[in-house]
Design a protein around this ligand. Structure first.
Ligand code: UDP
Length: 366
């Protein structure tokens, strides 16, 4: 793919919560390098709790373009994203479009850029759960098939991309920009009063739940809620519940949360503060598996698979099915974190943003 000329060097396309903490260190590094950049926010997530708070806390610049796409079914949202992004990317004509993670905005931006003859780079390329029932897995595969540059967080991602035919010179092992944000913000989130404000006891687990595979299927959602209620007999649970999870669980009549603290989704600093002080974390989130790996907090992932294998081999993460959740939580807490022997995964060291910046600079200068 030939770089376009005339527009800014780089357009970042972000749209949903997990994009913001990945983009922030890249935006900062490109700014330091004097690379001309614009930020396009699709509005896939649009409210205070899932979007605004991250711009404030992570010092992301105000988006240059805001597309207001909003929510919808997979097809409705993807169609709206494609339509909105086509005009904006054509007007902007960036030399390189950077996309992040695995949300619908990521895949839509890669597709629009590719069809417009614009180059794209994928940050967090090559992760694979090998489970195409996950909408995110389809987004990963499509985005990587179209991207001109693949920035990978782990070495297994290099092998995944190679198997799918990505050329070796498109793949750059740069580390994990989400962990750049964690390390940068650590001093600001450690010791915040959020636990006290929520009245949490000393020992508690943080729970997050929002994957379609867990909350859309009534039987599985019911099993998960029942197993959480069992865990809550022994360990206090707090759930900053994603609107997606809340809507689905409420629609199923699963509102008996008396033994569990349910809060609104938290801002980054409050959320990470709770995680850093937690006895354990129960999750189906991708990012949370990585964050607990670096913080050394036992993590129990309620999924049959993970695209983040390194969080199991180098981290504190384990997979479980709902019926085994209570046993998995007990085992995770009683066994010492494997991270003490392995350390964090290679290059999860706070330097991913600058590494991406240097590669982007070379690519633009070609
Ligand atoms: N997060 C947050 N507040 C919350 C829950 C999560 O700030 O209440 C952050 C946290 O850093 C997490 C990230 O949002 O890693 C992405 O979470 P999400 O589960 O939405 O996305 P995924 O990583 O599963 O794509």
């Amino acid at each position: 793919m030939k770089p376009a000329r005339g527009g800014p060097d780089v357009a970042h396309v972000v749209g949903a919560r997990p994009n913001f903490m990945k983009a922030a260190p890249v935006v900062a590094a490109l700014g330091t390098a004097g690379i001309e950049q614009v930020l396009i926010h699709t509005g896939q997530h649009y409210d205070e709790a899932l979007s605004r708070v991250f711009f404030d806390e992570l010092a992301l610049p105000e988006p240059d373009r805001y597309l207001g796409v909003g929510s919808g079914t997979q097809a409705v949202q993807t169609a709206a994203l494609l339509t909105a992004l086509e005009g904006v990317l054509a007007d902007t004509a960036p030399t390189l479009t950077l996309v992040y993670g695995d949300v619908n905005s990521t895949m839509a931006a890669a597709l629009v850029a590719s069809k417009a003859g614009l180059a794209s780079g994928h940050v967090e390329a090559g992760l694979r759960s090998f489970d195409r029932s996950m909408p995110e897995e389809i987004n990963r595969v499509v985005t990587d098939a179209l991207a001109d540059i693949h920035f990978v967080t782990t070495t297994d991602a290099i092998a995944n991309l190679a198997k799918e035919g990505a050329s070796a010179d498109s793949i750059h092992f740069v580390g994990n920009p989400m962990i750049d944000t964690l390390l940068l913000m650590r001093d600001r989130f450690v010791g915040r009063p959020i636990g006290r404000e929520l009245g949490l006891p000393e020992r508690y687990a943080v729970v997050t739940l929002h994957r379609p595979g867990n909350v859309d299927d009534p039987q599985r959602a019911t099993e998960i809620v029942n197993s959480l209620v069992r865990v809550a007999n022994d360990l206090h649970l707090v759930i900053p519940l994603h609107p997606r999870g809340r809507a689905k669980l409420t629609a199923l009549g699963l509102t008996d949360w008396s033994s569990i603290d349910v809060t609104e989704p938290l801002g980054y600093l409050d959320f990470m503060s709770l995680v850093a002080d937690a006895t354990a974390v129960i999750t189906d989130s991708g990012g949370v598996q990585e964050e607990t790996t670096v913080l050394g907090i036992p993590c129990i992932t309620v999924r049959p698979n993970t695209e983040r294998a390194v969080t199991i081999t180098h981290g504190t993460n384990r997979l479980t099915e709902p019926e085994d959740l209570d046993k998995a939580v007990a085992a995770a807490i009683s066994e010492p974190p494997s991270q003490t022997t392995h350390g964090p995964p290679p290059l999860w060291d706070g330097g991913a943003g600058p590494r991406i910046g240097r590669i982007v600079q070379r690519w633009i200068d070609r």
